[in-house]
Design a protein around this ligand. Structure first.
Ligand code: GLU
Length: 502
């Protein structure tokens, strides 16, 4: 049996950013590649940052992208619960264990006293760090006697538990993507593990849970690389084997410097979230890939290629294919530029290769939403339009004339197509069209074409005004095909109307 167990551990502090979704995807692909287990764990220990609806959003986004988790909240809870707030009771024992081992300590410093220390350092252009240099002079169980500590705790004084970072050590670690990482432990601060509100911090809860949930590989964003040393030291302090670590490089802005942030999307005009999100407090709406008309397959595909490749030229991958070829060796060390235009290209590819029946169903749904009832052959229309479409919505923009006769005519097109004599020609065309019995595209084409030839006039003289009459502009697929799809009656009525109005 495979021992690969990975987890996606988001904090429910808002909508899932596209970078977070990529982390989930890479974890999922890695798990499935190795026949392993993909766990969803909700890291909600920071109550001050908790946002209503965020957990549901995360689950819905994973579901939409077809990235199912094997274990998680409300699912196969053998290592559960999977919400850290529901695991609250067990973390304190782990903090206590470290205190007993002398690897952590109680710290009674008030936020005010720490702020004063910070301000004093800033005045000297230094940064205050709670660490080996000053810990013995601060208000904690390293500087106080046992009695003092006990009486403070009994008196109900607020305290946190801090990690006693080992000194003078050059800590050598390994990252599956970056290779060797070395950190001088003297540069680390004594991080808080357990807070005065009775909740563990991210660091303690994350390490304890990864251990208890038997996580084999921690695959997460680069922003957690600075925590790698502390996490390794915590595993060692507990006497546990550490999982393997892989830190994914950032997704970068399409232009300019730095990471693609949650705010960039609305600024730059493309979504940075998989699904639309309405902020429960401000009511602000952020756009999502789903609502913009992207297929989930598209999103999975472009995310997979953001910072990963299998060194082939292939660009279109199904999730199944990705599972086969994915490896951490293929993940890039450097950041990947987000490319909204390329994302559209992917969407176009997926729409072009969409099964025509499925595409027709999607387009029919859109017609329903618009209140359009039609007896026209929708799948033939879809077939004739899809080449120029990126989104299902484009099919409507490209082909709405099929379902609604033009109510106005494009001015430039009219000037170009409707000349003196056109009305007379179009009246003649009506009789030609009336005489066609079999109105399939081939027959319509040959009949009208031979009539034009017999009149010894240029094709454009008829085809352009005909198109203008049927479409309202000079756009659209083959004009004879349009006429055939609209049917004889509708074609005649539209030509008639154009003659009257132009
Ligand atoms: N809760 C952390 C986050 O929101 C998880 C980091 C990790 O995967 O260790 O990103």
């Amino acid at each position: 049996m495979s021992t690969v167990r990975v987890r996606f551990a988001p904090s429910p502090t808002g909508p899932l950013h596209i970078g977070g979704l990529r982390t989930a995807l890479f974890n999922y692909l890695f798990a499935k590649k190795h026949g392993g287990t993909f766990v969803l764990r909700i890291e909600d220990t920071d109550q001050t940052r908790f946002v209503n609806g965020a957990e549901e959003y995360i689950k819905e986004a994973l579901q939409w992208c077809n990235i199912p988790y094997d274990e998680g909240p409300d699912k196969n809870e053998k290592f559960g619960p999977y919400r850290q707030s529901e695991r609250k009771a067990m973390y304190k024992d782990y903090a206590d264990t470290l205190i007993e081992k002398g690897m952590a300590y109680y710290a009674f410093d008030t936020p005010e006293s720490l702020n004063e220390l910070r301000a004093a350092c800033e005045a000297e252009k230094k940064t205050f760090i709670y660490n080996w240099e000053n810990r013995e002079q601060l208000n904690n169980s390293l500087s106080l006697s046992n009695e003092e500590v006990l009486s403070k705790i009994e008196a109900g004084d607020k305290y946190v538990v801090r990690f006693k970072t080992p000194t003078n050590e050059s800590l050598e670690m390994h990252d599956e993507i970056r290779g060797k990482v070395v950190i001088d432990t003297n540069l680390l601060d004594d991080k808080v593990l357990f807070k005065s509100d009775g909740m563990p911090t991210y660091h303690l809860a994350n390490v304890v849970d990864d251990h208890l949930m038997e996580i084999s590989h921690v695959i997460r964003g680069e922003e957690w690389l600075p925590s790698l040393a502390l996490h390794n030291l915590l595993y060692r302090a507990f006497g546990w084997d550490a999982p393997k670590f892989a830190h994914l490089s950032l997704i970068l802005k399409p232009v300019g410097k730095g990471k693609l942030s949650k705010r960039d999307g609305d600024k730059m005009g493309f979504p940075v979230f998989p699904l639309e999100w309405k902020d429960p407090k401000s009511g602000d709406l952020s756009s999502g890939y789903r609502e913009e008309g992207f297929y989930p397959e598209t999103v999975v595909n472009f995310l997979a290629l953001l910072g990963w490749n299998d060194s082939s030229d292939q660009e279109i991958y199904t999730t199944e294919e990705l599972i086969k070829v994915f490896s951490l060796e293929g993940v890039n060390k450097s950041g990947a530029k987000f490319d909204p235009e390329k994302n559209k290209w992917f969407q176009q590819q997926y729409l072009q290769q969409r099964d025509i029946e499925l595409l027709t169903t999607e387009f029919s749904q859109l017609l329903d939403e618009k209140g359009i009832k039609t007896s026209l052959p929708v799948s033939t229309i879809v077939e004739s339009l899809k080449e120029r479409a990126v989104f299902v919505e484009d099919l409507w923009e490209l082909g709405k004339f099929f379902f609604e006769a033009p109510t106005e005519y494009d001015a430039k097109a009219s000037k170009k197509a409707w000349k003196e004599g056109t009305a007379k020609l179009m009246t003649e065309l009506i009789s030609v069209v009336s005489a066609i019995d079999n109105f399939d595209a081939e027959n319509v084409t040959s009949t009208i074409k031979s009539w034009i030839t017999s009149k010894e006039i240029g094709f454009g003289k008829v085809m352009m005004p005909l198109r203008l009459s049927l479409v309202g502009s000079l756009m659209g697929p083959d004009v004879y095909e349009i006429a055939s799809l609209l049917g004889k009656e509708e074609t005649i009525s539209r030509i008639q109307k154009a003659i009257e109005e132009l």
